[in-house]
Design a protein around this ligand. Structure first.
Ligand code: NAD
Length: 353
């Protein structure tokens, strides 16, 4: 076993169907009296319900979140709104984009966040934040942005359509996979990652077939919670770095990019992280982990090829170039030729051999 440092982010998790009813109690526990409820326009109905539940403790709804990567102009707008209504707490209801706005605000003001995630992105479990200014996304880690309380209410995920559920679940799967071989992984992270993979692999095919079925949805949310914990507790490697590059420089959609790249990043690391791949294969119940992930993606009807999610063919060389800059840790050293091959296979959507 490799030596390790064990540090788990501390926060409170309420995991139960109908647990949104406990939102007022969670806000009260933080000593807050004026919570602003933050959401995307598409999830405003959840925000309005939360506002009604909070009664006198609500400072109203801000439904101006725009998808992905927290543009600084929107953050300024959200902050101005929160200050105008005298907010002393942020209740964020939605996917990673919405949680990201709460994090950006908490970073600046130090006010607490109560998060109610409605996708499988896992951001609510991590101290990682990202803010985009002038087309450049800056990311960092701060315990200030970690939600104080997280409410996982499966009922709020039932309306997620299959084309969002599948890639979002694979985004969670990617956190688990990289947690298995991260430089600073530890035995608890490995346990959580393997259990997260098992839960996601058994749940996602049913979730996309029966989106309104509570049991597989609960299982998927359980896997996503574990995946978020893994991402928040251990570092990442080539997979997340590549997805970050493709999202930032080619504006590709977040969860879909994670979905397409994952099996190919696993092939890249297959020999250098052989023990991790063995654990992954066992968790998925397959012989080869990379092939197992690819087959799962096909089974849930999620995208397999970069060319289908907006990647231009003439951008592959630049992507390989960008991903080799700023050296970062990976089980297998980062080589331009290997990355270029990975990207070509991902572009075409080839099943790993
Ligand atoms: P998202 O938050 O943009 O949501 C994706 C889509 O799902 C949106 O159209 C939204 O309207 C819809 N949606 C959300 N909940 C729904 C529901 N219950 N019913 C129907 N539709 C619903 O996407 P995401 O994939 O959840 O998050 C992506 C963002 O999160 C990216 O910016 C990424 O960088 C960030 N992220 C950050 C971390 C971190 O640790 N900091 C981790 C993962 C993702």
């Amino acid at each position: 076993m490799q030596p390790f440092v064990y540090e788990m982010p501390a926060h409170r998790v309420i995991f139960a169907p109908g647990s949104i009813a406990r939102l007022p109690e969670e806000v009260q526990r933080l000593g807050a009296t004026r919570a602003v409820v933050i959401a995307m326009p598409t999830e405003k109905r959840f925000a309005d319900e939360a506002h009604a539940r909070l009664g006198d403790m609500s400072a109203g709804v801000y439904a101006g979140v725009v998808a992905q990567h927290v543009p600084v102009e929107m953050l300024k707008d959200a902050r101005a709104h929160a200050e105008k209504v005298g907010a002393d707490c942020y209740v964020v209801i939605g996917g990673g984009s919405t949680v990201g706005v709460g994090k950006g605000l908490a970073l600046e003001t130090g006010l607490p966040i109560v998060a109610v995630p409605t996708t499988y992105a896992g951001s609510e479990m991590t101290p990682i934040y990202g803010i985009t200014e002038g087309g450049i996304k800056k990311t960092g880690r701060s315990h200030k942005v970690l939600p104080k309380s997280v409410i996982y209410d499966v009922n709020l995920t039932l309306s997620l359509p299959p084309h969002i559920s599948g890639p979002s679940g694979m985004n969670a799967m990617a956190h688990c996979v990289e947690g298995l071989y991260a430089q600073d992984t530890n035995p608890i992270v490995v346990l959580m990652a393997a259990e997260g993979m098992r839960a996601l692999a058994r749940a996602l095919p049913v979730v996309v077939r029966e989106p309104g079925d509570i049991e597989p949805r609960t299982d998927a949310q359980y896997g996503a919670w574990l995946a978020g914990l893994v991402l928040g507790s251990a570092g990442t490697a080539i997979h997340h770095k590549l997805c970050h590059t493709l999202g930032g420089s080619f504006n590709l959609p977040h969860a879909e990019t994670h979905t397409v790249i994952l099996p190919h990043a696993m092939v890249y690391n297959r020999d250098a992280a052989a023990d991790a791949m063995k654990i992954a294969a066992e968790a998925l119940g397959v012989k080869d982990a990379a092939q197992g992930v690819y087959d799962l993606i096909v089974r849930i009807g999620a995208p397999t090829a970069l060319k289908d999610i907006g990647m231009p063919a003439d951008g592959l060389d630049r992507a390989a170039e960008l991903a080799t800059q700023n050296p970062y840790w990976n089980p297998r050293p980062i080589e331009r030729a290997g990355l270029r091959e990975l990207l070509q296979n991902a572009y075409e959507g080839k099943r790993p051999s």
